[in-house]
Design a protein around this ligand. Structure first.
Ligand code: SF4
Length: 326
């Protein structure tokens, strides 16, 4: 679990980010994932840590940083955490701050997951494909998951949700940025009727080098095709506040445990925390690993950024049978 920020947010003002599951713990292994290859795709929910300790941490940071929103997100799939619903409810009740929850949508077919998410003020779900074929190509999900379940889950969530439902569409060049793929996604959007559709492009190093952003023209055309709710997601790296008055190593370590950070952003934090040389030392001892992508350098925790992506297109089915029990 890690808590970082607040960061400037697309939601409203500043949001505190909470990652309830360990990095690269997910139901999918998306070609564009900037966390690298998923450790082991899962279809089963479980508890990852003591939920009271997580809540205490959230309330502590929240009390010191006064965010406008708290977002459950992460380097993995937050709905894999069995305590997510409890954490959302208790965070809202005790912090008195609105809560958003991010999901890849793959577990929305489960009633317990929808009940957990229904406690949030905003749910942000991925929708990168409108067909089973593209869903498998882009998301590379666990063997128990399929596109029909995602679609059905989104429709049910929309009916049950009291708050807002946003959809995030990640466009990958020559995968889902063509007219046929976009029309299929649009069909699902029209069925689900979300409040907002955010159109994104890869903006950090992807798990697969072929997962490139579409051209600006293709992106503009895609936004038109995806309909009136679609808008371009501002992919710029958000400024990160340093609520930690302690060490630079701790701040950077916490952020990189959850996701890579651009070198320029890390340097900015180093300057703000008056820690000259600390960044270079972390790189030299291997706590941070640089990786270049599209002309920009990013830093990963340990060797996270250098992990080889998987070559399979679909995950194993070992957990499928267990998943039916939850
Ligand atoms: S992009 Fe999100 S859903 Fe896809 S593998 Fe990475 S963490 Fe999981």
């Amino acid at each position: 679990m890690c808590v970082y920020g607040p960061v400037a947010s697309n939601l409203s003002g500043r949001t505190l980010k909470v990652c309830p599951v360990p990095a690269r713990t997910c139901t999918c292994s998306c070609v564009y994932c900037h966390h690298g290859a998923t450790k082991k795709a899962r279809g089963v929910r479980r508890d990852f840590q003591n939920r009271s300790v997580v809540l205490e941490r959230i309330l502590d940071v929240c009390g010191r940083s006064h965010p406008d929103f708290i977002t459950f997100t992460g380097g993995g799939e937050p709905t894999l955490d069995l305590s997510l619903g409890w954490l959302i409810r208790e965070t809202r009740r005790l912090a008195k701050v609105p809560v958003a929850a991010v999901t890849n949508g793959t577990l929305l077919y489960r009633q317990d997951v929808r009940q957990d998410l229904a406690r949030a003020d905003v749910v942000i779900s991925s929708l990168d494909a409108g067909t089973e074929e593209l869903f498998l190509d882009i998301k590379r999900p666990h063997g128990s998951l399929d596109f029909a379940r995602v679609q059905g889950g989104l429709l049910r969530l929309k009916e049950e949700l009291r708050g807002e439902l946003w959809l995030d569409v990640m466009l990958v060049r020559r995968m889902n940025d063509g007219p046929e793929a976009l029309k299929a996604i649009r069909t699902v959007i029209d069925q689900v009727e979300p409040d907002v559709v955010r159109v994104k492009v890869p903006f950090r190093p992807p798990a697969e080098s072929r997962a490139l952003p579409p051209s600006p023209e293709a992106l503009a055309g895609a936004i038109r095709l995806l309909g009136p709710r679609a808008r371009k997601f501002d992919a710029g790296e958000e400024p990160i506040e340093c609520w930690e008055s302690s060490s630079f190593n701790r701040v950077i370590g916490t952020i990189c445990a959850c996701r890579p950070i651009p070198l320029a952003r890390a340097r900015e934090i180093e300057g703000r925390l008056r820690s000259p040389g600390a960044l270079q030392r972390m790189i030299e001892i291997g706590d941070l690993v640089p990786r270049e992508w599209q002309g920009e350098r990013f830093l990963y925790a340990g060797n996270e950024g250098t992990k080889k992506p998987p070559t399979t297109t679909r995950m194993g089915v070992r957990d499928v049978h267990h998943s039916a029990r939850h």
